[in-house]
Design a protein around this ligand. Structure first.
Ligand SMILES: NC(=O)c1ccc[n+]([C@@H]2O[C@H](COP(=O)([O-])OP(=O)(O)OC[C@H]3O[C@@H](n4cnc5c(N)ncnc54)[C@H](O)[C@@H]3O)[C@@H](O)[C@H]2O)c1
Length: 329
Protein backbone atom coordinates (compact mmCIF):
# COMPACT_ATOMS: atom_id res chain seq x y z
CA UNK A 1 0.00 0.00 0.00
CA UNK A 2 1.61 3.31 -1.11
CA UNK A 3 1.60 6.68 0.71
CA UNK A 4 -1.73 8.55 0.51
CA UNK A 5 -2.12 11.10 -2.30
CA UNK A 6 -4.08 14.33 -1.87
CA UNK A 7 -7.05 14.82 -4.17
CA UNK A 8 -9.23 17.93 -4.24
CA UNK A 9 -12.86 18.13 -5.33
CA UNK A 10 -14.30 21.64 -5.66
CA UNK A 11 -18.03 22.21 -5.43
CA UNK A 12 -17.77 19.48 -2.80
CA UNK A 13 -21.16 20.29 -1.26
CA UNK A 14 -22.91 20.07 -4.65
CA UNK A 15 -24.78 17.26 -6.36
CA UNK A 16 -22.07 15.91 -8.71
CA UNK A 17 -19.59 15.80 -5.82
CA UNK A 18 -22.09 13.83 -3.75
CA UNK A 19 -21.68 10.88 -6.15
CA UNK A 20 -18.08 11.58 -7.15
CA UNK A 21 -16.60 11.65 -3.65
CA UNK A 22 -17.88 8.15 -2.97
CA UNK A 23 -16.49 6.82 -6.26
CA UNK A 24 -13.05 8.32 -5.57
CA UNK A 25 -12.95 7.27 -1.92
CA UNK A 26 -13.79 3.63 -2.67
CA UNK A 27 -10.98 3.29 -5.21
CA UNK A 28 -12.73 3.63 -8.59
CA UNK A 29 -10.25 6.27 -9.80
CA UNK A 30 -6.84 5.62 -8.27
CA UNK A 31 -7.21 1.90 -7.72
CA UNK A 32 -7.76 -0.43 -4.77
CA UNK A 33 -4.24 0.04 -3.34
CA UNK A 34 -4.00 3.83 -3.31
CA UNK A 35 -4.88 5.59 -0.06
CA UNK A 36 -6.24 9.13 -0.33
CA UNK A 37 -6.67 12.32 1.59
CA UNK A 38 -9.70 14.10 0.15
CA UNK A 39 -9.72 17.91 0.14
CA UNK A 40 -13.26 19.27 -0.11
CA UNK A 41 -13.46 22.87 -1.32
CA UNK A 42 -16.66 24.88 -1.43
CA UNK A 43 -17.72 28.47 -0.64
CA UNK A 44 -18.28 29.80 2.91
CA UNK A 45 -22.14 29.60 2.91
CA UNK A 46 -21.89 25.86 2.11
CA UNK A 47 -19.63 24.90 5.03
CA UNK A 48 -22.59 23.59 7.09
CA UNK A 49 -23.75 21.33 4.24
CA UNK A 50 -20.14 20.24 3.68
CA UNK A 51 -19.95 19.14 7.32
CA UNK A 52 -22.78 16.71 6.55
CA UNK A 53 -20.83 15.34 3.57
CA UNK A 54 -17.79 14.86 5.84
CA UNK A 55 -19.98 12.93 8.32
CA UNK A 56 -21.31 10.69 5.55
CA UNK A 57 -17.82 9.98 4.22
CA UNK A 58 -16.81 8.88 7.72
CA UNK A 59 -19.94 6.74 7.97
CA UNK A 60 -19.09 5.00 4.68
CA UNK A 61 -16.19 3.37 6.59
CA UNK A 62 -13.90 3.31 3.57
CA UNK A 63 -10.48 1.75 4.19
CA UNK A 64 -8.71 3.81 1.47
CA UNK A 65 -9.79 7.15 2.93
CA UNK A 66 -6.89 8.32 5.11
CA UNK A 67 -8.18 11.84 5.78
CA UNK A 68 -10.69 14.54 4.82
CA UNK A 69 -9.98 18.29 4.70
CA UNK A 70 -13.12 20.43 4.31
CA UNK A 71 -12.36 24.09 3.55
CA UNK A 72 -13.46 27.32 1.88
CA UNK A 73 -9.87 28.47 1.40
CA UNK A 74 -8.30 27.64 -2.00
CA UNK A 75 -4.80 27.86 -0.43
CA UNK A 76 -5.75 24.95 1.84
CA UNK A 77 -7.89 23.12 -0.73
CA UNK A 78 -5.17 22.92 -3.39
CA UNK A 79 -2.18 22.37 -1.08
CA UNK A 80 0.02 19.49 -2.32
CA UNK A 81 -2.73 17.90 -4.42
CA UNK A 82 -1.85 15.36 -7.13
CA UNK A 83 -5.29 15.42 -8.75
CA UNK A 84 -7.92 18.17 -8.91
CA UNK A 85 -11.56 17.77 -9.89
CA UNK A 86 -12.83 21.30 -10.50
CA UNK A 87 -16.57 20.73 -10.29
CA UNK A 88 -17.71 23.90 -8.49
CA UNK A 89 -18.86 26.74 -10.70
CA UNK A 90 -21.43 29.51 -10.74
CA UNK A 91 -24.72 28.03 -11.96
CA UNK A 92 -26.72 29.87 -14.60
CA UNK A 93 -29.45 31.85 -12.84
CA UNK A 94 -32.71 33.06 -14.33
CA UNK A 95 -32.20 36.10 -16.55
CA UNK A 96 -28.44 35.58 -16.67
CA UNK A 97 -26.86 36.03 -20.10
CA UNK A 98 -24.23 33.57 -21.32
CA UNK A 99 -21.66 36.37 -21.04
CA UNK A 100 -22.55 37.02 -17.38
CA UNK A 101 -22.08 33.33 -16.61
CA UNK A 102 -18.75 33.25 -18.42
CA UNK A 103 -17.56 36.33 -16.62
CA UNK A 104 -18.51 34.97 -13.15
CA UNK A 105 -16.74 31.69 -13.90
CA UNK A 106 -13.62 33.26 -15.35
CA UNK A 107 -13.15 34.92 -11.96
CA UNK A 108 -13.54 31.61 -10.08
CA UNK A 109 -11.11 29.76 -12.36
CA UNK A 110 -8.60 32.60 -12.19
CA UNK A 111 -8.49 32.32 -8.38
CA UNK A 112 -8.26 28.52 -8.56
CA UNK A 113 -5.53 28.63 -11.24
CA UNK A 114 -3.49 30.95 -9.07
CA UNK A 115 -3.96 28.71 -6.03
CA UNK A 116 -2.94 25.61 -8.02
CA UNK A 117 0.10 27.50 -9.28
CA UNK A 118 1.11 28.45 -5.75
CA UNK A 119 0.43 25.36 -3.67
CA UNK A 120 -0.39 22.24 -5.76
CA UNK A 121 2.16 19.64 -6.86
CA UNK A 122 3.73 20.68 -10.16
CA UNK A 123 2.58 17.47 -11.81
CA UNK A 124 -1.04 17.84 -10.63
CA UNK A 125 -3.61 16.55 -13.10
CA UNK A 126 -6.56 18.95 -13.37
CA UNK A 127 -9.99 18.01 -14.71
CA UNK A 128 -12.48 20.85 -15.16
CA UNK A 129 -16.12 19.78 -14.98
CA UNK A 130 -17.78 23.13 -14.10
CA UNK A 131 -19.21 24.90 -17.13
CA UNK A 132 -18.20 26.37 -19.50
CA UNK A 133 -15.69 23.57 -18.91
CA UNK A 134 -13.37 24.03 -21.91
CA UNK A 135 -12.88 27.75 -21.43
CA UNK A 136 -12.66 27.45 -17.64
CA UNK A 137 -9.80 24.96 -18.14
CA UNK A 138 -8.04 27.40 -20.46
CA UNK A 139 -8.33 30.23 -17.93
CA UNK A 140 -7.20 28.02 -15.08
CA UNK A 141 -4.09 27.02 -17.02
CA UNK A 142 -3.42 30.65 -17.99
CA UNK A 143 -3.18 31.58 -14.29
CA UNK A 144 -1.01 28.58 -13.42
CA UNK A 145 2.06 29.15 -15.60
CA UNK A 146 4.33 26.95 -13.44
CA UNK A 147 2.21 23.85 -14.25
CA UNK A 148 2.42 22.36 -17.79
CA UNK A 149 -0.55 23.22 -20.03
CA UNK A 150 -0.97 19.51 -20.74
CA UNK A 151 -2.05 19.05 -17.12
CA UNK A 152 -5.30 20.99 -17.64
CA UNK A 153 -8.19 19.15 -19.24
CA UNK A 154 -11.95 19.61 -19.62
CA UNK A 155 -14.58 16.91 -19.34
CA UNK A 156 -16.34 15.62 -22.45
CA UNK A 157 -16.39 12.04 -21.15
CA UNK A 158 -20.05 12.32 -20.19
CA UNK A 159 -20.84 13.11 -23.82
CA UNK A 160 -18.68 10.18 -24.92
CA UNK A 161 -20.43 7.83 -22.50
CA UNK A 162 -23.82 9.09 -23.69
CA UNK A 163 -22.82 8.54 -27.32
CA UNK A 164 -21.54 5.04 -26.58
CA UNK A 165 -24.79 4.21 -24.76
CA UNK A 166 -26.90 5.44 -27.70
CA UNK A 167 -24.96 3.32 -30.18
CA UNK A 168 -25.04 0.22 -27.98
CA UNK A 169 -28.83 0.58 -27.61
CA UNK A 170 -29.28 1.10 -31.35
CA UNK A 171 -27.20 -2.01 -32.06
CA UNK A 172 -28.79 -3.99 -29.19
CA UNK A 173 -25.37 -4.92 -27.80
CA UNK A 174 -23.71 -4.46 -24.40
CA UNK A 175 -21.99 -1.12 -23.81
CA UNK A 176 -18.51 -2.67 -23.65
CA UNK A 177 -18.73 -3.94 -27.22
CA UNK A 178 -18.82 -0.37 -28.62
CA UNK A 179 -15.47 1.45 -28.71
CA UNK A 180 -13.81 4.60 -29.99
CA UNK A 181 -16.75 7.00 -30.25
CA UNK A 182 -15.34 10.53 -30.41
CA UNK A 183 -16.55 13.85 -29.04
CA UNK A 184 -14.96 16.75 -30.88
CA UNK A 185 -14.86 20.35 -29.67
CA UNK A 186 -16.75 22.15 -26.96
CA UNK A 187 -18.77 20.61 -24.12
CA UNK A 188 -21.82 22.50 -25.37
CA UNK A 189 -24.53 22.01 -27.96
CA UNK A 190 -21.96 22.61 -30.75
CA UNK A 191 -20.00 19.47 -29.82
CA UNK A 192 -19.70 16.86 -32.57
CA UNK A 193 -20.36 13.28 -31.44
CA UNK A 194 -18.67 11.21 -34.16
CA UNK A 195 -19.47 7.53 -34.63
CA UNK A 196 -17.59 7.22 -37.92
CA UNK A 197 -14.44 5.84 -36.34
CA UNK A 198 -16.32 3.77 -33.75
CA UNK A 199 -16.32 0.00 -33.70
CA UNK A 200 -18.64 -2.74 -32.48
CA UNK A 201 -16.77 -5.98 -31.76
CA UNK A 202 -13.89 -4.47 -33.77
CA UNK A 203 -16.01 -3.82 -36.89
CA UNK A 204 -17.22 -0.47 -38.25
CA UNK A 205 -20.27 1.01 -36.50
CA UNK A 206 -21.12 2.85 -39.73
CA UNK A 207 -21.44 -0.49 -41.55
CA UNK A 208 -23.25 -2.16 -38.66
CA UNK A 209 -25.87 0.59 -38.42
CA UNK A 210 -25.96 1.24 -42.20
CA UNK A 211 -27.94 4.42 -41.79
CA UNK A 212 -26.00 7.65 -42.31
CA UNK A 213 -29.11 9.77 -41.84
CA UNK A 214 -29.38 8.43 -38.29
CA UNK A 215 -25.65 8.90 -37.57
CA UNK A 216 -25.53 12.45 -38.96
CA UNK A 217 -28.79 13.72 -37.48
CA UNK A 218 -30.72 11.86 -34.77
CA UNK A 219 -27.64 10.39 -33.07
CA UNK A 220 -25.79 13.72 -33.01
CA UNK A 221 -28.81 15.66 -31.72
CA UNK A 222 -29.71 13.08 -29.08
CA UNK A 223 -26.21 13.29 -27.59
CA UNK A 224 -26.04 17.08 -27.88
CA UNK A 225 -29.42 17.47 -26.14
CA UNK A 226 -29.12 14.65 -23.60
CA UNK A 227 -28.29 17.03 -20.74
CA UNK A 228 -31.48 19.02 -21.37
CA UNK A 229 -33.52 15.79 -21.57
CA UNK A 230 -32.24 14.72 -18.15
CA UNK A 231 -33.08 18.13 -16.67
CA UNK A 232 -36.61 17.93 -18.12
CA UNK A 233 -37.17 14.54 -16.54
CA UNK A 234 -35.31 14.91 -13.25
CA UNK A 235 -35.83 18.66 -12.73
CA UNK A 236 -32.13 18.70 -11.85
CA UNK A 237 -29.06 18.39 -14.03
CA UNK A 238 -27.10 15.18 -14.63
CA UNK A 239 -25.13 14.31 -11.52
CA UNK A 240 -24.58 10.55 -11.10
CA UNK A 241 -23.56 10.18 -14.76
CA UNK A 242 -21.39 13.33 -14.61
CA UNK A 243 -19.60 11.95 -11.56
CA UNK A 244 -19.06 8.57 -13.27
CA UNK A 245 -17.65 10.36 -16.32
CA UNK A 246 -15.27 12.45 -14.18
CA UNK A 247 -14.12 9.29 -12.49
CA UNK A 248 -13.60 7.53 -15.88
CA UNK A 249 -11.63 10.51 -17.23
CA UNK A 250 -9.23 10.73 -14.29
CA UNK A 251 -8.83 6.93 -14.01
CA UNK A 252 -7.80 6.66 -17.66
CA UNK A 253 -5.45 9.64 -17.30
CA UNK A 254 -3.63 7.95 -14.41
CA UNK A 255 -3.89 4.33 -15.57
CA UNK A 256 -3.74 4.74 -19.38
CA UNK A 257 -5.94 3.62 -22.26
CA UNK A 258 -5.95 0.12 -23.72
CA UNK A 259 -4.05 -0.63 -26.94
CA UNK A 260 -6.06 0.44 -29.98
CA UNK A 261 -8.54 2.45 -27.91
CA UNK A 262 -8.95 6.16 -27.49
CA UNK A 263 -11.08 8.38 -25.25
CA UNK A 264 -12.20 12.00 -25.61
CA UNK A 265 -10.78 14.77 -23.46
CA UNK A 266 -10.78 18.56 -23.75
CA UNK A 267 -7.06 19.40 -24.10
CA UNK A 268 -5.08 22.41 -25.27
CA UNK A 269 -5.07 22.23 -29.06
CA UNK A 270 -1.78 22.00 -30.94
CA UNK A 271 -3.60 22.63 -34.23
CA UNK A 272 -4.32 18.93 -34.90
CA UNK A 273 -7.16 18.22 -37.36
CA UNK A 274 -7.04 21.82 -38.60
CA UNK A 275 -8.29 23.27 -35.29
CA UNK A 276 -7.11 26.64 -33.94
CA UNK A 277 -4.18 26.35 -31.52
CA UNK A 278 -4.46 27.30 -27.84
CA UNK A 279 -8.11 26.61 -27.22
CA UNK A 280 -9.25 23.68 -25.07
CA UNK A 281 -10.78 21.39 -27.69
CA UNK A 282 -12.05 17.85 -27.18
CA UNK A 283 -9.99 15.34 -29.18
CA UNK A 284 -9.60 11.57 -29.22
CA UNK A 285 -6.54 10.86 -27.06
CA UNK A 286 -4.45 7.85 -26.13
CA UNK A 287 -2.82 7.78 -22.71
CA UNK A 288 0.38 6.11 -21.56
CA UNK A 289 2.44 6.68 -18.40
CA UNK A 290 0.11 9.49 -17.30
CA UNK A 291 0.53 11.48 -20.55
CA UNK A 292 -2.07 11.92 -23.26
CA UNK A 293 -1.39 12.29 -26.98
CA UNK A 294 -3.92 13.22 -29.62
CA UNK A 295 -4.77 10.24 -31.82
CA UNK A 296 -3.70 11.24 -35.33
CA UNK A 297 -4.75 10.17 -38.80
CA UNK A 298 -8.48 9.58 -38.28
CA UNK A 299 -10.88 10.27 -41.12
CA UNK A 300 -12.65 13.64 -41.04
CA UNK A 301 -15.17 13.89 -43.91
CA UNK A 302 -16.77 17.12 -45.19
CA UNK A 303 -19.71 16.77 -42.82
CA UNK A 304 -17.37 16.38 -39.84
CA UNK A 305 -15.18 19.26 -41.07
CA UNK A 306 -18.14 21.65 -40.91
CA UNK A 307 -18.98 20.48 -37.38
CA UNK A 308 -15.37 20.81 -36.16
CA UNK A 309 -15.12 24.32 -37.62
CA UNK A 310 -18.41 25.41 -35.97
CA UNK A 311 -17.47 24.18 -32.50
CA UNK A 312 -13.96 25.69 -32.86
CA UNK A 313 -15.51 29.05 -33.78
CA UNK A 314 -17.61 28.95 -30.60
CA UNK A 315 -14.51 28.16 -28.51
CA UNK A 316 -12.57 31.04 -30.08
CA UNK A 317 -15.45 33.37 -29.23
CA UNK A 318 -15.55 32.11 -25.62
CA UNK A 319 -11.78 32.52 -25.33
CA UNK A 320 -11.97 36.11 -26.59
CA UNK A 321 -14.72 36.97 -24.09
CA UNK A 322 -12.86 35.27 -21.24
CA UNK A 323 -9.59 37.04 -22.04
CA UNK A 324 -11.45 40.37 -22.14
CA UNK A 325 -12.77 39.69 -18.60
CA UNK A 326 -9.23 38.78 -17.44
CA UNK A 327 -7.79 41.95 -18.97
CA UNK A 328 -10.44 44.08 -17.21
CA UNK A 329 -9.71 42.50 -13.77
N1 LIG B 1 -18.61 18.86 -18.27
C1 LIG B 1 -19.72 18.17 -18.06
O1 LIG B 1 -20.00 17.19 -18.76
C2 LIG B 1 -20.72 18.56 -17.00
C3 LIG B 1 -21.81 17.73 -16.74
C4 LIG B 1 -22.72 18.07 -15.74
C5 LIG B 1 -22.55 19.25 -15.04
N2 LIG B 1 -21.50 20.07 -15.33
C6 LIG B 1 -21.26 21.31 -14.57
O2 LIG B 1 -20.73 20.96 -13.30
C7 LIG B 1 -20.96 22.02 -12.39
C8 LIG B 1 -21.44 21.50 -11.05
O3 LIG B 1 -22.69 20.87 -11.19
P1 LIG B 1 -23.53 20.40 -9.91
O4 LIG B 1 -24.77 19.79 -10.45
O5 LIG B 1 -22.70 19.65 -8.95
O6 LIG B 1 -23.89 21.83 -9.29
P2 LIG B 1 -24.35 22.18 -7.80
O7 LIG B 1 -24.93 23.55 -7.92
O8 LIG B 1 -25.13 21.09 -7.17
O9 LIG B 1 -22.96 22.28 -7.01
C9 LIG B 1 -22.00 23.23 -7.32
C10 LIG B 1 -21.24 23.51 -6.05
O10 LIG B 1 -20.15 24.36 -6.39
C11 LIG B 1 -19.98 25.27 -5.32
N3 LIG B 1 -19.18 26.42 -5.75
C12 LIG B 1 -19.58 27.54 -6.40
N4 LIG B 1 -18.56 28.40 -6.54
C13 LIG B 1 -17.48 27.79 -5.99
C14 LIG B 1 -16.13 28.17 -5.81
N5 LIG B 1 -15.69 29.36 -6.23
N6 LIG B 1 -15.30 27.32 -5.18
C15 LIG B 1 -15.73 26.11 -4.73
N7 LIG B 1 -17.01 25.70 -4.85
C16 LIG B 1 -17.87 26.53 -5.49
C17 LIG B 1 -21.41 25.61 -4.93
O11 LIG B 1 -21.47 26.19 -3.63
C18 LIG B 1 -22.05 24.22 -4.97
O12 LIG B 1 -21.93 23.54 -3.73
C19 LIG B 1 -21.92 22.98 -13.10
O13 LIG B 1 -21.15 24.05 -13.65
C20 LIG B 1 -22.48 22.13 -14.21
O14 LIG B 1 -22.90 22.92 -15.31
C21 LIG B 1 -20.59 19.74 -16.28
Amino acid sequence: MSEPIRVVVTGAAGQIAYSLLYMIAKGDVFGPNQKLILHLLDIPPMMGVLEGVVMELADCALPLLAGVVPTADPAVGFKDVSAAFLVGAMPRKQGMERKDLLSANVKIFKVQGEALNNVAKKDVKVLVVGNPANTNALICSHYAPSIPKENFTAMTRLDQNRAQAQLAARLSVGIDRVRNVIIWGNHSSTQYPDAKNATVDGKSVVEAIANNDYLNAEFVETVQKRGAAVINARKMSSAMSAAKAASDHMRDWFAGTKDGEFVSMGVVSDGSYGTPKDIVFSFPVQIKDGKWTIKQGLAVDDFARGKLDATAAELLEEKEEAMAVCAAE
